[in-house]
Write a protein that binds this ligand. Structure first.
Ligand SMILES: [Fe+2]
Ligand SMILES: [Fe+2]
Length: 277
């Protein structure tokens, strides 16, 4: 059994008393593999059998020992199954956590359905009973910092979510915005496209989208509401940092001067202890 790697990252958001949280993302639990074999299990248990589960248990044990909240940015499970829900129910029960939905949290079986708006709103009924956070949009103020989680897992942010974000900003607290999919930055896109035909980011610009295969371009092209949301996130001074997953890499950059981080999937043994300061 290997030990979890806990990366320590200071995130400057202009507060006097530092606040810590544990960023976990992309856990990809694979119980009851619908293929009937070990096809998806094998993808996410890279170090040893059941490492995705084991690394997650090591991570939450650390958060509990340190008495810090967990901020999970999605893909807790790889697909919807009773075994995966049982795992979530058991380990989320007494965990202090906030949750931003990932694309796999709505996924019946990866690659087998058109993952569009209607699909998500059908599948959300299966996953939502197993997560404390509202999967569309949620917020929680901890020690004067407002942690906002919102769903951008299909590369889209709605006007309704932006309005809710505005209402959160109206509370006056500095905001840490947590979303599954990172916002486009050149550094994020370059890093992901080293080994992928697309960047898996929200708000990719046209010239980048032009390099994607057609199916990925259709999937990841932002609509007008998403572009408005991105502009608001860039312009709102109270939004101080962006915490993301989905790209299965440890990346740090800035969006309009605000730190944006992504953390490698916890199934690969990495989590990030963030120190807001
Ligand atoms: Fe993932
Ligand atoms: Fe994802």
């Amino acid at each position: 059994m290997k030990s979890l790697r806990i990366i320590q990252t200071k995130i400057p958001i202009g507060i006097e008393k530092p606040i810590r949280f544990l960023h976990i993302t992309d856990t990809h639990i694979t119980r009851d593999d619908p293929s009937g074999g070990r096809r998806r299990e094998a993808v996410f248990n890279v170090d040893y059998e059941n490492c995705a589960e084991d690394y997650f248990l090591q991570a939450i044990a650390y958060a509990k020992k340190e008495n810090i909240p967990v901020l999970h940015t999605g893909d807790m499970i790889d697909f919807l199954s009773k075994g995966n829900f049982d795992f979530m129910d058991r380990w989320f029960a007494d965990l202090d956590y906030m949750y931003a939905a990932g694309n796999h949290d709505f996924c019946h079986w990866v690659g087998r359905a058109k993952e569009d708006y209607a699909y998500k709103w059908e599948k959300i009924k299966e996953i939502a009973p197993h997560v404390k956070s509202n999967l569309y949009f949620d917020s929680r103020v901890i020690d004067g910092v407002n942690f906002v989680t919102l769903d951008d897992s299909y590369y889209l942010i709605s006007d309704a979510q932006t309005e809710m974000l505005r209402a959160e900003a109206a509370k006056g607290f500095p905001i840490v915005l947590a979303m599954h999919t990172p916002l486009y930055t050149k550094a994020f896109a370059d890093a992901v496209m080293e080994s992928n035909p697309c960047a898996y980011v929200t708000g990719a610009p046209e010239e980048l989208l032009a390099r994607y295969p057609e199916d990925r371009r259709k999937q990841q092209t932002p609509d007008e509401a998403t572009l408005r949301a991105m502009q608001y996130i860039k312009d709102e001074p109270l939004i101080r940092a962006i915490v993301t997953g989905h790209v299965h890499r440890n990346l740090e950059d800035t969006v309009a001067g605000k730190p944006q981080i992504a953390t490698r999937g916890s199934y690969e043994g990495d989590v990030r202890e963030c120190i807001l300061c």
